[in-house]
Design a protein around this ligand. Sequence first.
Ligand SMILES: [Zn+2]
Length: 412
Amino acid sequence: MAAMGQTVVERFLRYVQIDTQSNEKSSATPSTEKQKDLGRVLVEELRELGLDAEMDEHGYVYSLVPSNSDKNVPTIAYLAHQDTSPEASGANVKPIVHDYEGGDIVLPGDSSVVIRAEDNPELVKLAGGQVITSDGTTLLGADDKAGVAEIMDIVHYLVKHPEIKHGPIRIVFTVDEEIGRGVDKIDLDKVGAVAAYTFDGSEAGTYEVETFSADLAVVTCIGNNIHPGFATGKMINAIKMAGAFLDRLPKDRLSPETTAGRVGFVHPYVLEGGVDKTTCRVLLRSFETPELREQEKLLREIAAEVEKSFPGGRIEIEVKEQYRNMREQLEHHPEVAEIAREAIVRADLEPVSEPIRGGTDGSRLTAMGLPTPNIFAGGLNFHSVREYAGVETMKKAVEVGVHIARLWEERA
Ligand SMILES: [Zn+2]
């Protein structure tokens, strides 16, 4: 096959300079209008390649690479998110391409920011190739503009190489992934695919078909507030109830700081309120969905105990579903992950699949009926001024995307 990945770096360097940071405090979609600045560029570039492309009012970009096969090949979709994390600045990103020979990388915009080889074993593996970083004052935005640039290069390659046979490929660039709303306004009818792949992972060869199952428990302690001067025998302090509740959570197990691998946890992460009412938000996480019910039961048992020691006080617990382990749905469609794996092998890489201790847009899409594994995109140290991306890895991701398209055609 002719060389793939010819435009991926050039695209990436341009896209990261467009500020697309999302903002969790905004309830609009997109949460920031500037995300559309990238969307407009992508629509124009897709049209220049001769494709239909549009951005909807929410900032989602949709396009389609039409089938060039005589067979009836099912539609698949490629997705990446346009926004970058609110955790580090995404304005005035100055990408730097390093010829990397190993060792630490000192970032010139702030010499105190060093990507240390000893802390970054994945970086060391890129020695002998090129590595892209920011200047150290902003994030890079490889999460997920690496994925955006790779998908654009896949499209470019397929359009320029009609001899490569493939079915219909829907392209979707989403918004607000970093604030957990990446698929809130997606139009699945418009996507119209039987399977999808997000390009939003890290190291070359990795793909993800398993995530946590996740619920959010909102624990509300209800006390009774009264002027402290007249409180004798009457006040019930909801702050102290919450303190007692948190103190009874297991200390040597079932927390993010005491677990790893396939073990889940219960994680209080927001506490707010006053004497009257104090609310604690608790993440429930497990790779086995039924275990979430056990975690909820534990919280309810603790709440009952605390209520006994605060007569008159009440604790209400409301549990909301967040996302589900995509493995549960992917098991019904084994070809979706199998093709990802085979495509990675065809790109001369060792396929590695590890469960993610988190969720992806793919876990929500999979739960909505669109099986969506996640493919590596080459970025590491996400959400940080030490973020970096390997050029060779990005080119390999393009290869994998082309092979996935071919495999669906071959097997149709
Ligand atoms: Zn991402």
